[in-house]
Design a protein around this ligand. Structure first.
Ligand code: PLP
Length: 429
């Protein structure tokens, strides 16, 4: 089938705007009329630097990111290693940050720089105090918390909520914050980590979690809802996301990191002595930031694609003030409402997560009851494939169906799918 005739709802890698891909096919052959293609030019060339500059500027405009120098500004960096790489990077970084902060306090308390005394007090503080807090609301935050336990030891990981516990062992809710057990003393917490949109389970935080951002360092994985809605960047210590869902091609991860986090980190020697991990340099946020994301060879083509997608979002933006992503947010909400509208109308469909936390990006549902579920889901998916509505099968751990409603899926394609949902439901009555 032709590209135009297919509607693709896969969870990632995910669709990209056709116009961007058409332009990409040209720049792969000859970039900026220089006679060689974009994957062939040096990542240190002026062209590459311009691509980086333009992409960062587009992102800053879309999300209203304060990019000034100084502690309250943010750096935008590009890394490799995917969202999973950042599960590890956030642990390495926030551990080093916590240890250095605590070391400086101890030096002050003891009124001495005596290495042995300071080290012994610090070792005790790490053992007794240091925690990384995780809000586990789905498969990806679970994986991130498991990576933290692998790196620093489970004794330093505090799972402040595991939403399966109050929902029959399944993800699908976000318990009320009165039920969260964050590390009570914020000075003992290295970070509060959460996944803004759980791609597998279809659970999205409806708003910024009710955690005091002045007290705790808050880090969010936005891999699957990046650039789908407004974000109050100033509340975060760091935000990251792999590009391959809503932003571009597989190969880069985007991180937005508060400047105040990039200084005063414990030295590798000290971390090793404390039996805490030292991460690979390619995941080291300060090193990548200092080198304008060019510490090592960056896939500039992927940055270019992300930049083009961002430009197309900017050109759609209608309001002259506030974050430019607002226009796309309205479209995402409209598309999600079309789909949930049909799913709620017919009892044959059951949306997996609770209504209050339904994702606008990954819409997870089951069809039929215990006895006829397999048959009905197979029929629905076969009918969808016949209509060239592809990629609607749910993740193997949840089953059923999942529609990914990323930015490059047009309203028209969502309408086609909503029509098939409606038709299918009526056949079942
Ligand atoms: N976080 C979320 C929310 C994801 O959906 C994914 C991948 O699907 C990841 C992290 C892992 O990303 P990667 O495969 O880029 O490591």
């Amino acid at each position: 089938p032709s590209r135009e005739s297919v509607s693709y709802f896969g969870a990632g890698p995910a669709p990209l705007p056709t116009a961007v891909l058409e332009k990409a096919s040209q720049v792969l052959l000859n970039y900026n009329d220089c006679g060689i293609g974009i994957t062939e030019i040096s990542h240190r060339s002026a062209d590459a630097e311009n691509i980086l500059k333009d992409t960062k500027s587009a992102l800053a405009q879309l999300l209203d990111i304060p990019t000034q120098e100084g502690p309250d500004g943010y750096k935008i960096i590009f890394l490799q290693g995917g969202g999973s790489g950042e599960f590890s990077a956030s642990v390495y970084h926030m551990t080093a940050l916590w240890v250095e902060k605590r070391r400086l306090e101890i030096v002050k308390e003891l009124g001495s720089e005596d290495d042995t005394k300071v080290f012994e007090a610090l070792r005790k503080a790490v053992d007794e105090e240091f925690k990384l807090d995780y809000l586990v609301t789905g498969s990806w935050s679970l994986k991130a918390s498991q990576e933290a336990a692998r790196l620093v030891g489970a004794n330093h990981v505090n799972v402040a909520i595991d939403s399966r516990k109050s929902n029959n062992g399944k993800f699908g809710t976000i318990p009320d914050e009165s039920k969260w057990s964050l590390t009570p003393n914020p000075a003992h917490s290295g970070m509060v980590y959460f996944c803004d949109n759980e791609t597998v389970d279809g659970v999205e935080f409806p708003a910024f979690p009710k955690v005091d951002a002045d007290e705790y360092n808050i880090i969010a994985d936005m891999s699957s809802n990046f650039l789908s809605r407004k974000v109050d960047v100033k509340k975060y210590a760091a935000i990251f996301g792999g590009a391959q869902k809503n932003v571009g091609t597989t190969g880069i991860t985007i991180a937005i990191i508060k400047n105040s986090l990039l200084t005063q980190l414990a030295k590798p020697d000290l971390l090793r002595k404390l039996n805490l991990p030292v991460g690979p340099v390619v995941l080291d946020w300060p090193t990548i930031a200092k080198n304008n994301s060019l510490y090592n060879t960056l896939p500039i083509f992927d940055v270019w694609i992300a930049g083009q997608v961002m430009q197309s979002l900017l050109s759609k933006a209608t309001s002259s003030s506030g974050p430019k992503i607002a226009t796309q947010q309205a479209e995402s909400e409209h598309k999600a409402a079309l789909l949930y509208g049909v799913l709620d109308k017919y009892s044959v469909f059951n949306v997996v997560p609770d209504k209050s936390v339904r994702s606008k990006m990954n819409i997870c549902f089951r069809i039929g009851g215990e006895s006829d579920r397999d048959d009905k889901e197979k029929k629905f998916l076969a009918g969808a494939n016949e209509r060239l509505l592809m990629g609607c099968k749910g993740h193997r751990s949840v089953g059923g169906c999942r529609i990914s409603n990323y930015n490059a899926v047009s309203v028209e394609k969502v309408e086609k799918l909503a029509k098939w949902l409606e038709e299918f439901a009526q056949q079942q009555q």
